[in-house]
Design a protein around this ligand. Structure first.
Ligand code: COA
Length: 264
């Protein structure tokens, strides 16, 4: 798996296609709590025919080295340095959950390379229920079961629920706690209206961690944003309903590409 070095620390990622034009539109996907590049498998496979798709592993996740401070601003800085180190010139950041916080953080102080954002299972504030955050340190098995229930829609595919459960079980309680603390400390409710980039918001209709109410708040606050609510999915909508998710994201990315193509 490719990696870049950011201040002497390794950041791992997957990119499809493997050879790509640094000036073309690139989608950089940022996972949520205890996530890794596998969270974007359907986007890596499904969207890379039209766009460069990159799934970054945040510091401390997957094969990436640990961060100094596992906070949203620190993660955001790592993403910024990652994009600049790769030399990407036109990036759409797409973040889920904790990744959506990082994406909002970066969008609030725009970069020349950032041309749009996708907010998935997102909120401008991400308070975390104590049964999850403190719970994971007290009784990890119970908290992991709660996660598996909260992360997916009302009638999840049992195999997918098992996958989510195993992923959390294989993550350390400390890592989950730190990620959830980063979420819990995040609050840009008063400022998110200053985002002036093209924005697409996607939420599962049955999202229990960041309910559609949060997405509606973002949609109202961010001028010109689009909102897609996908039925039959929860927080991990990009994994639960990949076809519907990819159709929505692809339409948004296509609109950004068309907006740049000069008319004949
Ligand atoms: N967008 C829009 N509205 C939001 C919001 C957001 N991002 N975050 C909170 N709110 C709203 C709430 O819906 C609530 O509205 P209400 O008073 O009309 O019911 C109000 O702001 C206050 O909510 P909150 O800041 O969350 O505090 P709380 O003390 O009421 O609840 C929790 C705390 C943890 C119980 C609650 O946030 C919760 O159940 N969270 C969802 C589960 C979770 O852990 N998610 C993890 C996200 S990573």
């Amino acid at each position: 798996m490719p990696e870049v070095s950011v201040r002497g620390r390794k950041l791992a990622f997957e990119v499809k296609p493997e050879t790509f034009d640094r000036g073309a539109l690139a989608v950089v996907c940022i996972h949520g709590t205890a996530g890794d590049r596998e969270d974007w498998r359907f986007q890596l496979d499904g969207l890379s025919g039209r766009f460069t798709v990159i799934a970054l592993e945040l510091p401390g996740h997957g094969a990436s080295d640990p961060p100094d401070e596992p906070t949203v601003p620190e993660f955001a800085q790592a993403v910024e340095v990652f994009v600049e180190t790769l030399g990407l010139q036109r990036v759409v950041l797409v973040g889920c959950s904790l990744g959506s916080a990082i994406t909002q953080w970066l969008a609030l102080s725009p970069k020349p390379w950032l041309v749009g954002i996708g907010l998935v299972g997102a909120g401008a504030r991400l308070r975390v229920h104590p049964a999850l955050r403190e719970g994971v340190l007290q009784d990890k098995d119970t908290a992991v079961d709660l996660f598996a229930d909260f992360a997916l829609g009302a009638s999840p595919d049992p195999a997918l629920r098992q996958l989510v459960r195993e992923k959390f079980l294989h993550s350390s309680a400390e890592l989950i706690y730190r990620d959830l603390t980063a979420c819990n400390d995040f609050d840009v409710m008063e400022r998110v209206g200053q985002v002036s980039l093209p924005t697409c918001i996607i939420v599962g209709e049955e999202d229990k961690l960041t309910p559609p109410k949060y997405a509606q708040f973002l949609h109202k606050a961010i001028a010109g944003s689009s909102l897609t609510t996908i039925p039959g999915a929860g927080h991990l909508v990009m994994v639960e309903k990949p076809a519907e998710f990819n159709a929505s994201l692809s339409a948004f990315l296509g609109s950004l590409d068309r907006a740049r193509t000069p008319r004949a």
